[in-house]
Design a protein around this ligand. Sequence first.
Ligand code: HEM
Length: 128
Amino acid sequence: MSSEKMSLYERVGGEDGIERLVNIFYSKVLADEKLAGFFSNTSIDRLKNMQKEFFSVALGGPIEYSDMDLSRSHQGRGIRVMHFKGFVDHLIETLSEFDLSDDDINQVITEINTYVTDIADDSEAPLA
Ligand code: HEM
């Protein structure tokens, strides 16, 4: 893990900052009718845990992710690239409410986009 990524995690306020990010992001995702349905059978606790890990990964926080199989927990749910992109759009909006530079935000999005093949069922579709 690079120190640059660590400092990004720290710049949003470490664990407390992640908690705030999760709350903001979570309300945006669930208010989006294209995305909310994916979470209709998910408990709020599980969803928030997912998002905490998601942000810790995105921001290069101290979370061991190597043994987590994102493909197993997402493939077959019917998540498409368009949903993944919607999710990422909410992420961009959330991050822009924090005191981060465009470079920081781009770094996070670039990192998150690498997971599209694990998450979306039609990930051969172009991201851009
Ligand atoms: C890089 C992006 C993402 C990351 C890092 C991520 C991470 C995770 C993690 C860590 C879990 C928990 C896995 C488990 O309990 O076994 C999870 C579950 C889940 N994710 Fe994601 N996720 C991402 C994108 C998405 C997207 C785009 C959607 C839908 C639009 C989504 C929908 C779900 C659902 C429905 C679950 C199951 C929750 C449950 O068990 O009830 N995820 N995700």
